[in-house]
Design a protein. Sequence first.
Length: 134
Amino acid sequence: RALGLDRGGAASGQRHERRQFPRLAFPPGALVYVHGDPRARAIRDISAGGLSFYSHHEIAVGARILLSAMDLLTLQVEVLACELEEVDADLLDYRYRVRARFTEDVNGYEAFVLAREIYEQAKASRDAGRPLRP
């Protein structure tokens, strides 16, 4: 899915959802890490209120975890939902979709704007064939 802002409304082709903040969808390859676990998880989307990502194992609802995103952000989140999803029709491969909100010590607007800027810079650098500058 292409990068874009989405409020989850019917016009976007998705079921109607009531959202407080617009979401920034990430294409495949955007990763997040749970502190203490070396396995990467794919970021699904981020908003000023929180983010969602995929995990290969279940994370308890209510758990507070630290996430490192794009090698530049460290954010504390509280897990709101963790739902099993089929990846293939035979349920031989599955993953969990984790939805989490930023905790009170995280400025969600700053995280959202920074995530968007980091993504756009990385995309521009990849498109131009040069490495991302620190």
